[in-house]
Structure formats: structure tokens, C-alpha cells
Design a protein around this ligand. Sequence first.
Ligand code: GLU
Length: 415
Amino acid sequence: MQQTTPFEMAQEQLYACAEILNLEDDVVRILEEPMQQVQVSVPLKMDNGTTRVFPGFRILYNNVLGPAKGGIRFHPEETVDTIKALSAWMTWKCALLNLPLGGGKGGIICNPKELSEHELERLSRAYIDRIWKFIGPEVDILAPDVYTTPEIMAWMMDEYSKISGKNQFGVVTGKPVLVGGSAGRSVATAMGGMYTIREASKELDIDLSKTTIAVQGFGNAGAPAARLSQELFGAEIVAVSDSKGGIYNPDGLNVEQVIEHKAKTKSVINAPNTKTITNSEILELDVDIIIAAALNNVITKENAGNIQAKVLAELANGPTTPEADEILLKNGVHVIPDILCNAGGVTASYFEMVQNRYMFYWTAEEVYQRLDKKMTTAYHEVLYTSKKYGVNMRMGAYVVAVSRVVDAMKLRGWV
Ligand code: GLU
């Protein structure tokens, strides 16, 4: 049987929410598809003198609450379907956090691991040359996502600035601090996730200093999440993984050492004093908390029943399918859904936009304080709503987010 695609998943979640909210058909018709999809061919002059062409996309899902906002992924298995789903999730995520922003997402189908630094720079600039008409600080603002970095954001901002004939820091977030980035942005996705885990632990009466945690994915979100769980909670990180596989030590990993090992060898595998495990085994370990910080569609009806953790924190986008959701709910696993758990990234991006506009920059402490407030408020709105409607946390989050988008559409006369 064919697996549900990420966009089918996103639509299913929306339809379930529409039913709970009793939304009119015409409202659902507007919300079930992106408002605008841009597809481009991005030519890249390779270091060896040949030229290759990469498909690129930028999708604006909905901008009723403000300019679209969302990341750019560079991934060999990227698809339009995934980007559509991710742009929908960005819409709900921004609405849930009460940000004056809509949702968008973009990407290039490429393998950045096979490109040199210069090729990566030319590709990033060429992508902006193709899409600049469709983006802008008041239209659609880019950010990092899977396999894209602050450096890449700096190139994209620079290219857009050159085209505009003026500095345009506000067109991209997640930039290096020296060129308009925000303090704290690089760890903000992980930090935001920590605040939601902290609130969940209060609700579930879990002592975080006594918990064991496994982290699937050791990239932009997963690696800082592992480090912060140790630093902030004193929790034991017993397993982590990346695209090549995972490592496990029931007595706890030395996260700093694993970060160093990965920097040297490009993978966490074979870090000292660890046993190698697979990316599916890591999800089924006997731990208190799973942080899913890798890719989408990893928790399905096939493995959801084997999850032993009490809490599943979705730092990745779309890790859990709707069928898996039902199994997790039945088994009493407390899911902190992606559009809540990983919203720290876009929230700090919003702070970055605000600082760019004011040309006045905050300290990391100020960023974390504001982030904590936003995340904690959203967590409790979701928890309250899920209890009020007798639904899981994901639907609680959808009800809050979709209601805001629908109310805004009505106020603006779209429906
Ligand atoms: N890519 C991140 C996300 O999926 C951040 C988006 C942003 O900062 O705009 O939420």
C-alpha cells in the first residue's frame, strides 16, 4: 500500500480540524491548497566548468496574518509535495505562536554534501536570482531549514540586497549575528522545544533531572537539543542519531564529545563508548523522552506501537503520521506536536525581523526570555484547547491556529 505523502498528511490534519470547528466548505477550499507555488530551474556553474540545473521551489501557503515566513531546504530527496506540506505547517505554526506572519517554504533538490563551498554559494545566489520577484521583507521571508546554514542565509540576503540596490537584512532570517542575525537564533528551535518539554513535565509530574532522553537527528535542531537537555535539566542523553545511524549508551553519552566526533568524522557513529543502533531502533528505546529532530514520516502505524517513551517531542516537521497519532494517543504517549514544539525557530526569526526593522539588537538573554513567554503561552493554549475539545495535543494546536487564520480571513473579507 502506498504511504501517505506529507501533503496528504497535512490535508488530513486540516480536515480533521475543520470538522471539529465545523468550518464552512468554502473556507476549507481556501485552506486546503497553497495560494502560490513558484517553480524555477536553478543553473549552477560547477567548479569543473560544466553547468548543472537544479529544480527549486518557493511556496506561499497563506498570508492572511502577514507576510509569509519559512525555511529553505537543500535536500536530494526534496519534493514539491513535502514543501507544500511544510508551507502549510508554517502557516499553522506562525498562527499558533500568534506571530503577525503567514506560512511559506522553499527548497532546492540537490545534495549539498556533494557541492563545494563555492558551488553552494553560487547555487544560493542563483536561487535568489530566480525567485527575487516573489520574496521580500514585506512579502515572504526566508530562513534556514534542513541542510541550510547561517552562511547560506548571508549569501541569499546579500544577493537580494544587490538586486534591490540597498541592504535588505529583513528578507532572510537565521543570518550570522554580524550581518543582521539575532543572538540566540541558532539554538532557538532547540531552546523553544526545551520550554515545551519543561511545561509538559510539570503537567505529567516528571522530574526532568531523572529522565533519559533519545534524540533522533543531530543537525541544526537535534544537536543543540541534546546539549540543552543536559545543561538545563540535567537529563541523561542515552542515544542520538544522524542520517548514517545512531549510537547508544544506557549510562549516558558525553554530548560534547559526540559533537566533536561528528565535526571530525561527519557522523555520530563510532563515538567513544557507544553501541551502534539504527534510526528506527532509537525510537523504540526504553527512555522517558524521545526528541524526534530528523525528517518527516518516521513514526508510522508500523512502529508507533513500539514507542515506550512517555513524551514525544517533535522538533522535526511532520515526523508522525495521522495513523501513528491515533496509536500514540491510545498508548498514552504525550505528543508535543511539531507546530508547537519546533516553533522556537520561527519565533526567534520573527524577533530577528523586528530587530532588523528597529536596527536595535537584543542580548541572547532577552531573546530567550521573550521566547520562553511565547512558547509557554502557546503550550498552555494547546493543552487547554485539547482538554476542552477532548482531542490530542496536535488537534488542540490545530484548533487554536486554524481558528486564528479563519477569523483573519473573515475580517479581511476573503470568505
Ligand atoms: N525552518 C524553521 C521551521 O520549520 C524555521 C522557519 C523560520 O525561521 O522562518 O520552523
